[in-house]
Ligand binder design. Structure first.
Ligand code: PLP
Length: 406
């Protein structure tokens, strides 16, 4: 009998529904000739939100000098520009040595958990979350423990819940601010409370700040790592979102705060960074141009800017649908609307997403894909232009109307 090739048991608790089975179904439908409106992924360039031209031109110019490996942590000049950026954000004591460049933040997020966790070590992760965190903690043989974010309080983290879930096995807290999937932006007072908890229990803070320039209504962003020198922080950021360059796979990670306490862990990070040799060199070279160049994201998020208009429209249209409520995002590219369970008694929200796709050719991601426990939410990306958004939300409204009359 031929032996089957089975996947590792390490994958048993790993899932990433943003590119999961419903997307597979959408692909099949596209092959059959259907046109799908995709509200499932924050991939800006495919919606005509292209990267600043100076980044593209600089990459083209640099390409012939970018064929070699670099230092494992990355080239000096882009890392130096990240140091300047951390200074601007008020993060103290960062040197070039504290900056790691990666093939997107994703690679570094995985590396950071791999280097930290032993069997059963716990990491506090928001619910809802960007599901990569839950997946990589599980893959690194850790245990993801979800703390609630409170929809009634604009999706801010529930600090009491976070505190209640700390055990002797807790190693770290993940803070995604601005948040995917909710669009929440955390005030300094909330960040201070998280810092207090980390200080009290000697926890590492992993801060994902990849949307820190995608802010609406004149909001400003505080880097949690700027709030303390005696807590150890690992901060992630990159070009994918603020610079509309997802495909260039350019991200960074900065270690800061009480680095002395984390010497051994940093040694682990250095080893993992060297094992993958280096991040793609053209992507690294884009970083300094992006950070030092014209910050065109600002033109998109101001009142009347494209992203701001799309956010306002999607929020208005969604919340006009009976039984749909939604906290208006202050930042990022997403909304996480709630479907009143009395009107929409959804038992399986993946099935709900399948049916919406099959009936109306609109692709969303179900809320449970973001480790939200109840099947009563979904995530929508407000990247399509206003005509396409109007069409898409109109189709969602029609589907929901049929759904509740079934
Ligand atoms: N972190 C968050 C919160 C995200 O939403 C995403 C992508 O959607 C990433 C990280 C991945 O970023 P990158 O493209 O730099 O790997």
């Amino acid at each position: 009998m031929p032996k089957t090739v089975a996947k590792s048991s390490k994958l048993a608790n790993v899932c990433y529904d943003i590119r999961g089975p419903v997307l597979e179904k959408a692909r099949q439908m596209e092959e059959e000739g259907h046109k799908i409106i995709k509200l499932n992924i924050g991939n800006l360039a495919v919606f005509g939100l292209e990267p600043p031209d100076e980044i593209v031109q600089d990459m083209i110019r640099n390409l012939s000098n970018a064929a070699g490996y670099t230092d494992s942590k990355g080239l000096f000049a882009p890392r130096k520009s990240v140091v300047h950026y951390t200074q601007e954000k008020g993060i103290r004591g960062v040197s070039v040595d504290d900056v790691y460049l990666g093939n997107g933040a994703s690679e570094l997020i995985a590396m950071s958990m791999n280097a930290l966790l032993d069997d059963g070590d716990e990491v506090l992760i928001p619910s809802p979350d960007y599901p990569l965190y839950t997946a990589v903690v599980a893959l690194s043989s850790g245990t993801p423990v979800h703390y609630l974010c409170d929809e009634q309080s604009d999706w801010l983290p529930d600090i009491a819940d976070m505190r209640a879930k700390i055990t002797p096995r807790t190693k770290a807290i993940v803070v995604i601010n601005p948040n995917n999937p909710t669009g929440a932006l955390y005030p300094e007072s909330v960040l201070q409370e998280i810092v207090e908890l980390a200080r009290e229990h000697q926890l590492v803070i992993f801060a994902d700040e990849i949307y820190d320039k995608t802010l609406y209504d004149g909001e400003t962003h505080t880097s949690i790592a700027s709030l303390a020198d005696d807590v150890f922080f690992v901060t992630f950021n990159g070009l994918s979102k603020n610079y509309r360059s997802c495909g260039y796979r350019a991200g960074w990670m900065v270690v800061s705060g009480d680095k002395r306490r984390a010497r051994d862990y940093i040694e682990g990070l250095n080893m993992l960074a060297s094992m993958r040799l280096c991040a793609n060199t053209p992507g690294q070279l884009a970083i300094q141009t992006a950070l030092g160049g014209y910050q065109s994201i600002k033109d998109l998020v101001v009142p009347g800017g494209r992203l701001c208009r799309q956010r306002d429209l999607a929020h208005k249209l969604l919340t006009e649908i009976p039984g749909v409520t939604c906290v208006k995002p202050k930042a990022a590219l997403y909304m996480f609307p709630r479907l009143d369970p009395k009107m929409y008694p959804i038992a399986d929200d993946q099935q709900f997403a399948y049916e919406l796709l099959a009936e109306e050719k609109v692709l969303i991601v179900q809320g449970t894909g973001f480790n939200w426990a109840q099947p009563d939410h979904f995530r929508l990306v407000f990247l399509p232009n206003t005509d396409d958004l109007t069409e898409a939300v109109g189709r969602i409204a029609r589907f929901l109307d049929h759904y509740r009359k079934r």
